[in-house]
Design a protein around this ligand. Structure first.
Ligand code: OGA
Ligand code: NI
Length: 348
């Protein structure tokens, strides 16, 4: 198996002059559902949550948004957030910082090449090249930003901008968690207490999907669910995300200025399966570089995650408990394949 030291970044492969085909180790084949034609769908179909009504609406407006939030989590596991109050300028600057990071030399970036999932800054390619047979057309930078804040030393502005961006996204996430808590019939602050929000694990992931000469053969991110509670996604103007909905892959084209949020594995556990952690993947394209910034917000590393006790009065538990830190390590040890980590803690 290729060792990490010898793995070229996808960016460097894509920049090879006159590259007409992709290396065979990037060709996905086999899994029959992997390459089914996506079903195009309207933006309107993905639920939209008006964030300002959640924070400053009248009680009526708030309870309506809480219902919408519950329905979005139950039916889709994905929703767009509008009127979130995070300045467009800050979102753009954050995106620029990540682009500038990727424009550093390979040597400069490789300072952050590491193998352990709990290392605070990790630069790499694919998902886990040590165990993968086929590689993803994607480079990544993953930074732990909370409870301890980390940042790469270059570009220089990364520190200030990512600190503010991640704080703002975390505040938004907290309000969403409050709404989600209520939508499950719990008290507003129940979920954040259970996960110890003050110490929550927050990771900033910058995904780079360079243009690919044979996009139909490659995969940006193979189908996976996210390990955290909530993922907050921002992308450059280029689409590529698909989610599994009603057994079909659907394209997601988030509306400008919105965040795309999805409920992830820990919320599926906490809600005792009420809210699903939906499979999604990223496809690549021939012409344009795609970048996405995912902020994964999870419980504190030491939280013992289990279905909320209030939800077990009427239903048996569907998941056993697991410490979030152990969940992360289990996830990283294997390949990204369908829901493997969640299945490890499933009871029925
Ligand atoms: C992720 C992810 C989607 C995208 O980083 O977990 O699903 O569009 N990203 O890049
Ligand atoms: Ni994801």
């Amino acid at each position: 198996m290729a060792s990490l030291e010898k793995m070229a970044s996808v960016k460097s492969i894509a920049e090879t002059p006159n590259l007409a085909s992709i290396p065979s180790s990037y060709i996905f084949s086999g899994s029959p559902d992997d390459k089914t034609a996506p079903i195009a769908m309207d933006n309107d179909s993905i639920p939209t949550i008006d964030f300002v009504l959640l924070t400053s609406g009248t009680p009526d407006q708030r309870s309506k948004v809480v219902d919408e939030l519950g329905k979005a989590c139950r039916d889709w596991g994905f929703f767009m957030v509008i009127n979130h109050g995070v300045a467009e300028k800050l979102r753009e600057e954050m995106m620029e910082c990540c682009e500038e990071f990727y424009d550093l030399t390979e040597e400069e970036k490789r300072v952050y090449e590491t193998e352990h999932v709990l290392d605070p800054i990790r630069y790499g390619t694919s998902f886990n090249p040590h165990v993968e047979k086929v590689f993803l057309w994607r480079d990544y930078l993953k930074i732990m930003v909370h409870p301890n804040f980390h940042f790469p030393s270059k570009p220089l502005k990364f520190r200030e901008i990512s600190k503010e961006y991640c704080e703002r996204v975390r505040e938004m996430g907290r309000e969403l968690m409050r709404g989600i808590s209520e939508s499950l019939g719990l008290e507003r602050l129940d979920l954040e207490r259970i996960v110890n929000w003050e110490e929550c694990s927050q990771i900033l992931i910058a995904n780079l999907y360079p243009p690919c000469p044979q996009p139909e053969l490659a995969m940006g991110l193979s189908p996976h669910s996210d390990h955290c509670l909530l993922t907050v996604l921002l992308q450059n103007q280029i689409d590529g995300l698909q989610i599994l909905h009603d057994h079909k892959w659907v394209n997601v084209n988030p509306i400008p200025n919105s965040f795309l949020v999805n409920t992830a594995d820990q919320l599926e556990i906490l809600s005792n399966g009420e809210y699903k952690s939906v499979l999604h993947r990223a496809v690549v394209n021939e012409k344009s570089k795609r970048m996405s910034l995912a902020v994964a917000i999870g419980p504190s590393a030491q939280t013992l995650v289990a279905p909320a006790p209030q939800l077990l009065l009427t239903h048996p538990p569907l998941f056993k408990h697991i410490k979030y830190k152990d969940y992360l390590e289990t996830m990283q040890s294997g390949k990204l394949h369908n829901k493997s980590t969640l299945d490890c803690v499933r009871l029925l």
